[in-house]
Design a protein around this ligand. Sequence first.
Ligand code: DX5
Ligand code: ZN
Length: 216
Amino acid sequence: MKIAPSILSADFAHLARDVEKVEQAGADLLHVDVMDGHFVANLTFGPLVVQALRPVTNLPLEVHLMVSDPAAWAPAFAEAGADTILVHEEATDHLYGVLQHIAATGVRAGVVVNPGTPLSSLEEVLPLVDQVLVMTVNPGFGGQKFLTAMVDKVARLHQLRQDRGLHFDIEVDGGINAKTVKAAADAGTDIFVAGSYVFGASDVGAAISSLREAVQ
Ligand code: DX5
Ligand code: ZN
């Protein structure tokens, strides 16, 4: 399993310090939530923060674009040093083209589905992507409750990957903690985003270890 702490719940006044903390605690990658105040009702930051983080960590940076115009923003995040760019299915009428374009810049391309979006809407793009992110909360905020109904969606995606002989990573985002992680893991998740559970803990190392132990 891979664990991707979401910096949405980090201390923005001490971002480098917090990133270093999770890196030393054994995080596998960093999840970077970009929100434009339009696609979701919250506003975070742009490519400058990714550019600033790039030299302070060796962890891969995955950028979760919660923006209304992903085609317009993806190149700037690629340029800033993103390793993976995740685009919402709901955000563009040109999903195939946006993913092709991201992959052509040498960045891993991923697609994201909101809780209400069916997997059938991904049918045509699955061969293009390196990663599929199943939202396990409605996007916009950290600290929400895990939607248990999404476990079945992960299981169906896992089956679909097998049936079609594809190799994308399956990721979940939202409400992951030591209680919810097991069901998602059993359903076939490879990468687990965890924001408030990791950064809200007094001991981030213990929090990350507890996620690994919970799936044993
Ligand atoms: C929500 C974000 C998540 C968020 C998860 O829209 O995409 O990445 O940081 O936070 P937790 O783990 O607290 O649910
Ligand atoms: Zn996210």
